[in-house]
Design a protein around this ligand. Structure first.
Ligand SMILES: Cc1cc2nc3c(=O)[nH]c(=O)nc-3n(C[C@H](O)[C@H](O)[C@H](O)COP(=O)(O)O)c2cc1C
Ligand code: SF4
Length: 586
């Protein structure tokens, strides 16, 4: 078994993030002495441990409350419901200030980026567990339970149940997956034929970038290394995306089998699922499926009786950093470090986890691979378009009657999705999350496909009643908060974009600020180090083009001078003995 926290071969086997999380659970924060203790256990310097604690937003160096509440600030599952601000309402009831812990240590309240509950109305995390479908009445009940310090185990059980809703089904959700079928077929026919089926299917990554999956596996298979690894990217943090949440619950078997197939093709014996911290509640279910698969001989030593085939999977839980969805940042995090993206190339297929060849795939991609292995590439290519084979699962939320999971053959029009989810009077759709594309009615005949508009899954709908400027402020705030700070264009640029939008929204913006938004947006897009920066200004640049009124309607048209600049230069004129026309301002 390979050590899961690889700083030093004598380190404890528990992953560093898990150790820190456990300490925080116990002491409600991670104190300097706890960091010192962890540094000694893991043979790290104190500053290495401190840098990890500081990086992840779910770790605290000051005590949080015994009830620690994080409200999502997403446009779909956030605490702003119509005119109501549920977070402020709740804070008033419990007399706690947002971002602070109440003096008696009972409760702390803060906000966090989207928690992936966008089809579940306003949502929060309490001590890491999600509660959804919030309204004023439920908040009052929660406040009462906290006031009486009632343990969470005694709270209504149904509050913690997530009612996933799947509407449209296509390839991946109609076929029943029988554990072991894909693996049995792969082991019988061999690694080359298994790879060939994936190549022929032309499956492309479902995590956003759309890289050809078969080619990725092939590059990794051919790369020299001491060990190869397969990693499932289950860090879905793009606001408006929640399809992996449902897949992890309903198709965990297909996911683990897809990982085992990949491992068989590339020659890996170890795999990781990097699960976003917000989905920690799925851990018992995922561990149960892993354990059952070990008992069935589908994981572990000598899989299905093949003496030389060994493979096992470990789940590593993130700690509230959207950037860890970026594959090289994810690897850094897996290695127990802050999730700062690496310089690429080299790419993970040759230099990934511990510098070894590594395949990283999205949850949906790996599930598709498992189904392809069972049903064949022709089955997969029977739907979709020429360059986008198969189906795509969308997370639909926002202003529509039926938010939830929709699976379509690639090539479906935006209008079709809007009709199916009963969205009327739509002003704009944000496809691919804040990093994606904002389109208006003129583009609703366009399609979801790699040829046209591609998406990792997020499909956010904004009705006519929505103020688009406040949506952009929300997105800009998200990027300014989630920027890892490594490179200046993104660290400073995302903050400036946010400030600029705030200025416009507060009625202090001018035409100059619009120009500034445009220039700054392009600068961040072209000069940032990683995909987060490259895409952080997309929503603003799109909207400047398609919805200019969003910004222009708020601009200040006339100035009333508050300050006489010519008068202010009087001292300088006297010192230089000048009073000619050129020494005055027009
Ligand atoms: C800021 C950022 C966040 C990302 N988040 C995710 C994510 O949550 N899930 C995901 O699969 N890919 C995410 N990606 C893309 C990954 O870097 C990578 O391309 C993907 O996991 C590869 O898997 P695929 O080929 O199956 O799509 C993100 C990229 C960036 C730049
Ligand atoms: S672009 Fe942003 S998130 Fe990416 S490395 Fe630079 S600062 Fe970090």
């Amino acid at each position: 078994m390979i050590n899961s926290c690889p700083h030093n071969s004598n380190s404890p086997t528990e992953h560093l993030l898990h150790r820190l999380y456990a300490l925080q659970q116990q002491f409600l924060h991670i104190s300097p002495s706890a960091m010192q203790q962890v540094a000694a256990e893991y043979h790290l310097s104190l500053s290495q441990v401190a840098s990890v604690v500081e990086f992840y937003s779910f770790f605290h160096t000051q005590p949080c409350g015994r009830f620690h509440i994080l409200f999502s600030n997403c446009t779909s599952c956030g605490y702003l419901v119509g005119e109501q601000n549920l977070m402020l309402m709740f804070c008033r009831q419990l007399q706690v200030t947002p971002g602070k812990t109440r003096n008696d240590g009972c409760v702390s309240v803060d906000e966090t980026s989207c928690i992936g509950m966008c089809d579940q109305d306003a949502s929060l995390l309490i001590n890491g567990l999600p509660i959804t479908r919030l309204n004023a009445q439920k908040m009052a009940q929660i406040a009462q339970l906290i006031a009486t310090e009632t343990p969470l185990a005694q709270w209504p059980k149904e509050w913690f149940e997530i009612q996933d809703k799947g509407y449209q089904r296509n390839l991946l959700q109609t076929e029943k997956f029988i554990p072991g079928n894909a693996l049995q077929k792969a082991l019988t026919q061999g690694a080359e034929k298994t790879l060939s089926a994936i190549l022929q299917s032309e499956l492309c990554g479902r995590g956003g970038a759309g890289f050809n999956t078969g080619k990725k596996w092939q590059f990794c298979r051919e790369a020299p290394g001491n060990a190869h690894y397969v990693v499932c990217n289950a860090d879905e943090g793009e606001p408006g995306t929640f399809k992996d949440r449902l897949l992890l619950r309903d198709q965990a078997d297909a996911l683990f089998e897809g990982m085992a197939l990949c491992a068989f093709v590339i020659g890996a014996e170890k795999g990781f699922v990097y699960l976003r911290g917000e989905y920690r509640y799925l851990l018992p279910h995922l561990h149960a499926v892993l354990n059952r698969r070990r008992q069935q001989g589908l994981l572990g030593q000598s899989i299905l009786g093949y003496a030389s085939i060994h493979f096992d999977i470990e789940i590593v839980v993130g700690a509230g950093a959207y950037i860890c969805g970026e594959e090289s940042a994810l690897i850094e995090s897996l290695e127990g470090k802050p999730g700062i993206p690496r310089i690429r190339p080299p790419f993970p297929v040759t230099h990934g986890y511990l510098g070894q060849p590594t395949v990283i795939n999205n949850v949906e991609t790996l599930i598709a691979a498992a189904h392809i292995s069972v049903h064949g590439s022709a089955w997969f290519k029977s739907v979709g378009t020429e360059k986008s084979t198969g189906s795509k699962i969308l997370s639909v939320s926002g202003d529509c009657r039926s938010p939830g999971i929709y699976e379509y053959a690639f090539g479906v029009s935006i209008q079709q999705v809007l009709d199916d989810c009963h969205a009327c009077t739509v002003q704009a759709v944000q496809i691919g999350g804040p990093a994606g594309k904002m389109i208006g009615a003129a583009d609703f005949n366009r399609t979801i496909s790699f040829e046209d508009i591609s998406t990792g899954g997020s499909f956010l709908i904004f009705g006519q009643q929505r103020n688009l400027l406040s949506i952009h402020r929300n997105f800009a705030r998200f990027f300014a908060h989630e920027s890892c700070g490594f490179c200046t264009p993104c660290r400073v640029g995302t903050q400036l974009l946010k400030n600029n939008l705030d200025k416009i929204a507060n009625g202090r913006g001018t035409a100059y600020d619009i120009k500034e938004l445009q220039q700054l947006g392009q600068l961040i897009q072209h000069h940032s180090h990683c995909g987060l920066g490259h895409t952080a200004a997309n929503h603003i640049l799109d909207s400047l083009q398609h919805f200019p009124q969003t910004f222009n309607a708020n601009l200040k048209q006339h100035f009333t001078a508050q300050f006489d600049l010519d008068q202010a230069l009087e001292n300088a004129r006297q010192v230089t003995h000048r009073d000619d026309a050129a020494a005055h301002l027009d």
